[in-house]
Design a protein around this ligand. Structure first.
Ligand SMILES: [Zn+2]
Ligand SMILES: [Zn+2]
Length: 287
């Protein structure tokens, strides 16, 4: 058994305020916690602003923190919480970051530039924790007790979706925070991409997927790298997943608007056997 906790659910830019207090205003960060006989393994998915509060919790008991962080891609909303991740600033901690190169630029260089003195006061080199940055590519690898499959999706740059299954078997989930399922955009993926993606998701217990746009908005923003709620339920149904978690909420959508989209998605899912929820900050899924 393991637990997935949502520390950030919002796409693009943080949106604090009364209108987003239920679904949350922090950008993507998920904690995957796997209890083993030797203690807990923690794998973090993305480091949007939600990772700040997660870092505080990880550091709160005074014990050394050892975590793996898997980054889907390096757009701001997926790395902007990293300079505020408290375990970085405490000696004795070990943090391993895993992600793809972007256009030939090393992940470490991208993270270093995010903390360059022209935009941030504390450079990456002065962190007290031990930091290792590793490159990954689409394919399969093992990480933190999970068998991970990584697949390139339809989003600018080398953006990855992940499918995670415990090494010893068990329930699996897929995470595709930024992905354009529709016809817009020009991405470096094969003609068989959609078929491949359905196979990649096939039979997952949970699919956490980009559901940023309403159908009207989708028409206006084709090519921007995101999907509508109805596109998300369509792929979830096609792949036979048990639950769709709508994710990467649009900054312009307040809680009431997300409620409307959830209802519309649930209606579209009727009879498909797919359960539909929208991610909210603090939500936990046990698998
Ligand atoms: Zn994003
Ligand atoms: Zn993105």
């Amino acid at each position: 058994m393991y637990r997935v906790t949502f520390w950030g659910t919002r796409g693009s830019i943080p949106t604090p305020g009364a209108g987003t207090s239920r679904y949350g205003g922090n950008t993507p960060a998920l904690e995957v916690r796997y209890e083993t006989s030797n203690g807990a393994e923690v794998l973090i998915l993305d480091a949007g602003t939600g990772v700040r509060a997660l870092g505080q919790q990880l550091s709160s008991n005074g014990k050394p923190v050892s975590v793996d962080l898997l980054v889907s891609h390096t757009h701001w909303d997926h790395i902007q919480g990293l300079p505020f991740f408290r375990p970085f600033f405490e000696p004795g901690n070990a943090i391993r970051i895993w992600g793809a190169r972007q256009g030939g630029i090393d992940l470490e260089e991208i993270l270093r530039n995010q903390m360059s003195p022209v935009v941030f006061p504390v450079p990456l080199d002065s962190l007290a924790a031990e930091l290792v940055v590793n490159h990954i590519e689409p394919g399969a690898f093992e990480l933190a007790g999970f068998q991970v499959r990584a697949m390139q999706v339809r989003h600018p740059g080398m953006t990855l979706a992940f499918r995670l299954t415990p090494v010893g078997g068990g329930a699996s989930f897929a995470y595709a925070p930024d992905n354009e399922l529709g016809s817009g955009g020009d991405y470096d993926v094969p003609a068989s991409w959609r078929e491949d993606f359905v196979e990649f998701l096939s039979g997952a217990d949970v699919l956490i997927h980009d559901a940023m746009y309403t159908s009207d908005e989708l028409e206006r923003y084709r090519g921007w790298g995101h999907s509508s709620n109805l596109e998300a339920i369509e792929i979830a149904t096609e792949a036979g997943v048990k639950q769709l978690v709508m994710f990467h909420h649009r900054p312009e959508h307040d809680d009431d608007q997300v409620d409307i989209m959830v209802q519309e998605t649930q209606e579209a899912a009727a009879g498909s056997g797919v359960d539909v929820v929208a991610a909210h900050e603090g939500m936990e899924i046990t698998l």
